[in-house]
Design a binder for this molecule. Structure first.
Ligand SMILES: Nc1ncnc2c1ncn2[C@@H]1O[C@H](COP(=O)(O)OP(=O)(O)OP(=O)(O)O)[C@@H](O)[C@H]1O
Ligand SMILES: C[C@H](N)[C@H](N)CCCCCC(=O)O
Ligand SMILES: [Mg+2]
Length: 226
């Protein structure tokens, strides 16, 4: 199996299936005997570590996909910047009298990429949509561009998802960010099957488009990952 050494999972919007898709990808890779490390370096809307809901947070779900227990160490190693308010990270940080800079975030991720063992795949989940603010000055697109690793775009299948996904694709293209593919993760209550949305997106985006149905596994034979 060939595989990319690193991927940045971005969303056409928030609450769209990035974590679900990242966890599904991690499980697929581990099932194929690959070593993989999933990171959610910056997270907002995160309950305290000892709260029963922590397991359902992005960090909790990514640790579970990696077969790791929730401990202070594993959480810190996956998500060093965690904020309680379910808002854009810069606003959530400000509520706690904290802040972060793009340089700190990019440097931390670079160090994780450098320390990855031979053959280990590092998957980074972004925050919100592609251009959601992450610091007072920077958006997720600035973060992605600085990180210099290819992107995997996650779309929903809700009405309106096609335009959101294609707008993200055009933005990535305009900024010269390599896009390896798009996953359409089924949205609850969507008016058409995710396959229909995937076909529509594929007609206009010149990259592979996969489909992840509700509760499903990461698509087979997609983006050379199996
Ligand atoms: N294909 C799917 N099958 C089952 N549940 C899904 C699927 N896609 C998304 N969900 C569910 O929808 C909700 C939102 O998805 P998820 O948390 O993955 O979004 P996100 O894009 O990571 O959000 P955020 O911007 O907060 O990081 C979660 O409860 C998730 O489990
Ligand atoms: C709380 C939420 N689930 C995410 N963690 C943050 C989403 C920020 C979106 C900001 C925006 O683009 O308007
Ligand atoms: Mg998420």
């Amino acid at each position: 199996m060939t595989a990319l050494p690193a991927l940045f999972v971005i969303g056409a919007g928030t609450e769209i299936g990035k974590t679900y898709t990242t966890a599904a990808l991690v499980r697929r890779l581990r099932g194929r005997g690959r070593r993989v490390r999933a990171l959610k370096p910056l997270a907002s809307g995160v309950p305290p570590l000892d709260h029963p809901d922590f397991a359902e947070s992005d960090t909790g779900r990514l640790l579970a996909a990696q077969g790791l227990a929730i401990t202070r160490e594993s959480v810190g190693a996956c998500s060093p910047w965690r904020f309680a308010a379910p808002l854009a990270p810069d606003l959530a940080a400000a509520r706690e009298g904290r802040s972060l800079t793009l340089v700190e975030l990019v440097d931390w991720c670079r160090a994780r990429l450098v320390e990855a063992e031979d053959g280990e795949i590092v998957v980074i989940e972004g925050v919100g949509g592609l251009m959601s603010p992450i610091t007072e000055a920077a958006t997720g697109l600035d973060w992605l561009k600085s990180q210099e690793i290819p992107a995997l775009l996650v779309s929903g299948s809700y009405l309106g998802a096609i335009s959101h996904a294609l707008t993200a694709v055009e933005t990535l293209r305009a900024h010269g960010v390599p896009l390896v593919g798009i996953v359409v993760s089924e949205s609850e209550g969507a008016p058409t099957p995710p396959e229909t949305v995937a076909r529509q997106i594929a007609r206009h985006a010149d990259v592979p488009v996969g489909c992840l149905s509700w509760g499903g596994a990461f698509p087979d034979g997609f983006i050379g990952l199996d």
